[in-house]
Every structure is written in C-alpha cells, then in structure tokens.
Design a protein around this ligand. Structure first.
Ligand code: FMN
Length: 364
C-alpha cells in the first residue's frame, strides 16, 4: 500500500492495523543530538489514548510506546527512530459482520473497491488507531520545534454546533472535550448524552494555534506551507474541511478588510492584523499560525442504517463494536501532531533556501 510516508527531510512512515499485533512509525531525518526519551512520546500518546471518559470509545489500552532504535544515552543519533505500540484490547468478533457489509460513512466500500481484500477487524488501516504512529512521531517533531521556541496548541472550538465563548488555556485538558471554555464543555456533555442515548454521534471544529513562528517556512509553489498543512490535516480520518486564517469568511470580505496592514515594530515589518493566519504566498509571515479543521460525526453509530452486503443484498444494520461517540477531542492531539510534523520538515527544508545559510553551516 503506497502513501504511508509523509515529509521530505523529517520523514515518517506509519504502519499497522487496528487489530494486528501492533501499530507504529519509523521517523527518519530527525537531527542527531535532540534529547529524547520514551516518556516524551508517552505523554502525548496518553493524551490521545481512548477510554479516558464516557465520551470516548471504551476500548481501553495502555498504548505503551517502545522506542526500538535511533536513541542512545538519551539523545537522538540521527538514524531512523522506530517506535511500536502493541495492541492489547482487540475484540475482533465485534467486527465479523462488517467483513460482509459496508458501514455507511466509513472506508469499507472504497477500500474493497481499491484492494479487493481488507483487514476488516476494527477498521484495519482506516481505523482511528492508525493515528498512534502519527502522534508518536509528532511528539518528536514537537520536541524539536520547542528547541526553537515554536509551540503548538489545538483545542475544540465547537462541538455539535455548540461554540466556545471564552478561552482559558488551562481549561483545555480539564474537560473531556478539550474545550478552553468550561461552560461550553458542560453544555456539550448534556447534548452528547442525549445523542448517545439516541445511538447517534456528533462532529465539531478544531482550532490550532502555533506561536513562536519564524518567517520563511514554506515555499512559493507546490510546497506552500498552507497547502502542506491542509494535506496533512485532511489526511486524518474524519477531517472534512480545512481553513487558514479567516478561511471561508475571506470570500465575503472586501480587500480593504481582508488585507493585513504592515507597520514597523522594532524596525521590522509586522502585520497589524492576522487575517492571513500566518502564511502569505505559501511562506510563514512570522505571525501566529492559525487554522481550523472540520471533523465529521463518528460514522459507526448503533442506530439503524441502510446499507448493502458485499454479495449485493440491501440490508439494515446496527453497528456493534466500541466507537467514539465523538472523534473531535481525540483528534485534537492528532492535529497537533500533524502540524508539528509539517513544521519540523519545513524548518529543516528552509536551511537550504539561501547560499548565506549554507555558507554559515560550512563556515565558509
Ligand atoms: C482519533 C480518531 C478516532 C476515530 N474513532 C472512530 C471510531 O471510533 N469509529 C468510527 O467509525 N470512526 C472513527 N474514526 C473515523 C474513521 O477513521 C474515518 O471516518 C473513516 O476512516 C473514513 O474516513 P473519512 O471519514 O476520512 O472519509 C476516528 C478517527 C480518528 C482520527
């Protein structure tokens, strides 16, 4: 299967299926000398882990990471970093039905059309569990970026149509929805309880803000920073929309409203506003990077739905198995990870953009 690799210098390849022996990632191109231990990666995996509240899948696993290579005496060696998480709580019999029919909204039909054969257990490669490899690699990218003062924070901006009205960063990890507004989070809890009782699911919007951004990351044509972010974020299962800065609102604004004026701050050109979301012409402009991702409601729902079997019968199904009634809070961590991966790669790629940078490296 092609397409499991992302990045040019900071390059990851994820592997594994939901109900296989394990799941993981190989990170190649991480510079040598970065302090790194399993705990750095585990902390981020723990934030993604299921079973932490009644609003996530009850598949409960420790998701313990083992770093198999690429680290010596607490530092990266510059060689491939291979990481593995063993699957512990497979209940494959819950999924035996979906071998024969296509879950509406899931990848079963298209996967079969493409490959003619699939590991249907728990969604196989199309499972949310595939994001473990992304998050483990993203933890390393985040660590690398933090050396340069670049920090990424994602959170739920809206769930089931209920938006946040205030922003308290400390609140994000205090409620099960990763909302920076406690009052919005309690409204979501009530709404979601109703939807779960109706055997239904909901979606939402994740916002991601990166501070400490240098200028000059990204390239002007096919490797635009915003284009690469869009691809990385849209590659996460259930993400259906991406917008940067004012995004779709820019379409109805006038140029005079949408343009960010420049003034001098400490002698440097600085934007007064940030409608662009921190990228101009595909290149970071030094402002905060701000984008949003739209997440659809979890496709696997227990209420009755119409579908067809592989051998061509129309049937009605009630999907079994353990599913997230809402994907958004867990996807927040995946969004942070994918952002870190794109930025780490752009940071390293930018080092070769100018002859003076290259001369500095080689002390010419
Ligand atoms: C962290 C995470 C958890 C997910 N959990 C579930 C789940 O429990 N049940 C489910 O049906 N889909 C879940 N998904 C979504 C499916 O993987 C996704 O909708 C499916 O592969 C179809 O792809 P598409 O929605 O991008 O078209 C999850 C996705 C992510 C990122």
């Amino acid at each position: 299967m092609a397409g499991s690799t992302l990045g040019t210098i900071f390059r990851i390849t994820t592997w594994g299926e939901s109900h296989g022996k394990g799941i993981g990632v190989v990170v190649d191109g991480c510079p040598a000398g970065l302090s790194l231990c399993e705990e750095d990666v585990q902390q981020m995996l723990d934030r993604r882990r299921p079973g932490q509240s009644k609003f996530t899948t009850q598949r409960s696993e420790s998701d313990t990471v083992h770093i198999l290579s690429g680290i010596f005496e607490g530092k990266t060696t510059g060689t491939p970093i291979s990481m593995e998480v063993r699957n512990e709580s497979q209940r494959s019999k819950d999924y035996s039905d979906i071998a024969n029919y296509y879950r509406p909204g899931h990848a079963d039909f298209t996967f079969d059309e493409k490959y003619g054969f699939r590991d249907y257990r728990g969604g196989g490669r199309s499972s949310g569990r595939e994001t473990i490899g992304r998050v483990a690699a993203g933890a390393i990218a985040k660590k690398l970026l933090s050396e340069f003062g670049i920090e990424i924070t994602a959170y739920s901006k809206e769930i089931g149509g209920i938006p946040i009205h205030s922003f308290n960063k400390e609140e994000i990890e205090r409620n099960p929805f990763r909302m920076p507004d406690a009052s919005a989070a309690s409204k979501v809890a009530e709404y979601l309880k109703q939807k779960m009782a109706q055997r239904d699911s909901v979606g939402g919007i994740i916002e991601c803000i990166t501070t400490g951004m240098p200028t000059a990351l990204g390239d002007p044509v096919f490797e635009k920073l915003d284009a690469n972010l869009a691809k990385a974020i849209l590659s996460i299962g259930a993400v259906k929309g991406f917008e940067i800065g004012d995004g779709f609102r820019a379409a109805s604004a006038c140029g005079s409203e949408n343009n960010d004026a420049f003034r001098l701050k400490d002698g440097k050109p600085t934007k007064v506003t940030n409608h662009s979301g921190g990228v101009l012409g595909g290149i970071s402009d030094g402002n905060e990077l701000i984008f949003r991702a739209a997440i659809k409601p979890t496709p696997s729902i227990a209420s009755t739905q119409q579908t067809v079997t592989k051998d061509g019968k129309e049937i009605e199904v009630n999907i079994k198995g353990r599913h997230d009634p809402i994907i958004v809070p867990r996807a927040v961590i995946v969004v942070e990870a994918m952002t870190a991966l794109v930025l780490a790669d752009a940071l390293l790629l930018n080092m070769s953009s100018r002859i003076d940078y290259i001369k500095k490296i080689y002390s010419v």
